[in-house]
Design a binder for this molecule. Structure first.
Ligand code: MF3
Ligand code: CO
Ligand code: CO
Length: 274
């Protein structure tokens, strides 16, 4: 794998990993913070009886009001401003008119483009009271993401991230989805490198200061296998077990990782009491 100064690289996937400077970090902080503010506001929106397209409209209007663009809108034929993945939906759930019901868990994934920079983050939202096993799944998924992020250091590898996540999750007797991964981002939505959420320490791509990517593990209560429904987007667990996901966008620094999408209100994971 080779690396390139992001300011000198063309605005497309080149097979090289872009290394960003201080101005890019500033851009990502602003985009990431906007996404985090939006996810904070969703805590009050997600409740029994509301359809997921209402969440989608809220995010769309929030983006417009803040001079941002939802990156998923018209992305590869996708027509919504968010992904809303309920219960056994692993990711890429399409917002629709079906109302959320008490006991559901839903992931809302928001990507906003602000001044050309992509902020990408998702959190889990409980709908009213949820079962204990769903609470546990959400807790383990959040901790898995954070363990992955804590494993990031310059000179380390992408495999360190995957290993930290996989070893923790499997010890909790849950499974890590293989079919989707984190990704480089910045001026592009999906760029090099891929961040696989399983792996072995020391394997994969070497991490360098200035790299931007997401860590976004999808964790299942049952087996890791998924299938994509005939709509071409919705990914579900093959065994219909519950699935959860959290996502942060991060930048590699001289010391470790800077998280661009931290909740300003401390609404990191449920229960969301501020
Ligand atoms: N936000 C998702 C991610 O974390 C990507 C969604 S692409 C879409 O990478 F087209 F499904 F919206
Ligand atoms: Co992402
Ligand atoms: Co996302």
């Amino acid at each position: 794998m080779s690396y390139v100064d992001a300011t000198a690289a063309p605005l497309r996937k080149t097979g090289q990993i872009k290394l960003h400077g201080p101005q890019a970090f500033e851009g990502m902080r602003k985009a990431g913070r906007l996404v985090a503010e939006c996810l904070d506001l969703l805590v009050a929106e997600v409740k029994p009886g509301i359809p997921t397209e209402q969440i989608d409209r809220f995010v769309h209007d929030f983006a417009m009001d803040h001079g941002a663009l939802p990156a998923t809108l018209m992305y590869r034929g996708y027509r919504k401003s968010t992904c809303t993945s309920i219960n056994h939906v692993v990711c890429h759930g399409i917002p629709g008119d079906k109302p959320l019901k008490e006991g559901d868990i839903v992931n809302v994934d928001v990507t906003l483009i602000l001044d050309g920079w992509h902020g990408d983050s998702s959190r889990m939202y409980p709908v009213g009271e949820i079962p204990r096993r769903a609470e546990r799944l959400i807790e383990v998924t959040y901790d898995a993401m954070m363990r992955g992020i804590e494993a990031i250091k310059p000179g380390g590898t992408t495999g360190d991230i995957g290993a930290a996540i996989q070893s923790y999750v499997e010890a909790e007797r849950m499974s890590v989805v293989r079919d989707f991964c984190g990704h480089g981002l910045g001026k592009l939505f999906h760029d090099e490198p891929n961040i696989v959420h399983v792996g072995r320490k020391g394997e994969g791509t070497i991490l360098r200061p200035g790299m931007f990517f997401t860590v976004e593990p999808m964790i299942n209560l049952g087996r890791p296998h998924v299938k994509v429904l005939s709509d071409g987007w919705t990914a579900v667990t093959r065994d219909r077990s519950l699935s959860a996901q959290f996502e942060h966008a991060v930048g590699v620094t001289d010391k470790g990782a800077e998280i661009f999408t931290t909740s300003p209100r401390g609404l990191h994971k449920p229960p969301y009491v501020s």
